[in-house]
Design a protein around this ligand. Structure first.
Ligand SMILES: CC(C)(COP(=O)(O)OP(=O)(O)OC[C@H]1O[C@@H](n2cnc3c(N)ncnc32)[C@H](O)[C@@H]1OP(=O)(O)O)[C@@H](O)C(=O)NCCC(=O)NCCS
Length: 223
């Protein structure tokens, strides 16, 4: 069952835990992932129907009900406009998934080696884990600061939950962006991410509405 985990003045982030057929979680996910423009920088492209979204979503929600949700986190971003006041406990019911304007994910990833970072994340004794950030928003929501606002709150929430349960572990948030995706790079720079490296691919792929080299800018930030 989806629950609101964090709010900002304009937005609510609702954790999605299940890709079950008929669930609000799946509807919220599909509402964004079916959109051609929202998914234009994904090699997957849009999910053509709910069955395709259900299969794709299986890779981002906790794999078993018992799995700790911090291993894989998937949130829908909702507008608070026209919605009743704060209810961070997540008791309010959401009737369908049409309210979602964006999806945020954190997925396990290999940590970047300390030597490549140019700054020290640990004192050599801490455990380090890597989490890869993903995000996409419906075009109607672009250009209003929603990505920056929601990702900042999402990461702050995640960081504070992790510090409470596991203060010794350091977290690297990683992001992989195509170099031509200027808006996405701008969001990450506003959030304090640093560029680790740019890998220029030789293969060509159709991404961002055009044929482009399969290149990637790798960025990271300590949480
Ligand atoms: C990239 C995306 C998440 C940005 O969402 P958003 O809510 O519009 O982002 P914000 O408003 O918080 O910030 C966008 C910033 O990029 C800037 N920007 C956007 N497009 C730009 C462009 N083509 N050239 C220069 N700057 C651009 C905006 O001006 C803004 O910067 P500012 O605050 O300094 O003015 C959204 O466009 C999206 O979902 N795109 C498709 C999916 C995607 O690319 N996901 C990321 C994959 S790595």
């Amino acid at each position: 069952m989806a629950g609101i985990i964090v709010e900002t003045p304009r937005l609510q982030m609702m954790q999605l835990n299940s890709n079950a057929e008929g669930s609000v979680d799946l509807d919220m996910f599909h509402n964004v992932w079916r959109d051609k423009e929202a998914t234009q920088w994904s090699l997957r492209g849009p999910c053509e129907n709910k069955t395709a979204s259900q299969a794709w979503m299986a890779g981002v929600v906790p794999s078993t009900p018992g799995e700790r949700s911090d291993k894989r986190v998937c949130c829908a971003v909702l507008l608070r406009q026209n919605r009743p006041g704060p209810d961070v406990a997540g008791h309010r019911s959401v009737e369908d998934g049409s309210e979602s304007i964006g999806i945020l994910t954190l997925l396990p990833s290999e940590p970047i080696e300390e030597g490549s970072l140019g700054s020290s994340l640990t004192n050599g004794t801490n455990r380090v884990i890597g989490l890869e950030l993903g995000y996409l928003f419906l075009p109607s929501a672009w250009g209003k600061g929603f990505a920056t606002e929601s990702i900042r709150a999402f990461l702050e929430h995640h960081g504070s939950e992790r510090r409470k349960s596991d203060p010794q572990t350091k977290i690297q948030i990683q992001a992989n962006v195509h170099p031509d995706n200027i808006g996405s790079l701008r969001v990450l720079h506003k959030l304090g991410f640093s560029t680790l490296e740019t890998i220029v691919g030789e293969d060509e792929v159709f991404i961002g509405g055009a044929n482009r080299n399969k290149s990637v800018v790798k960025l990271w930030k300590a949480l």
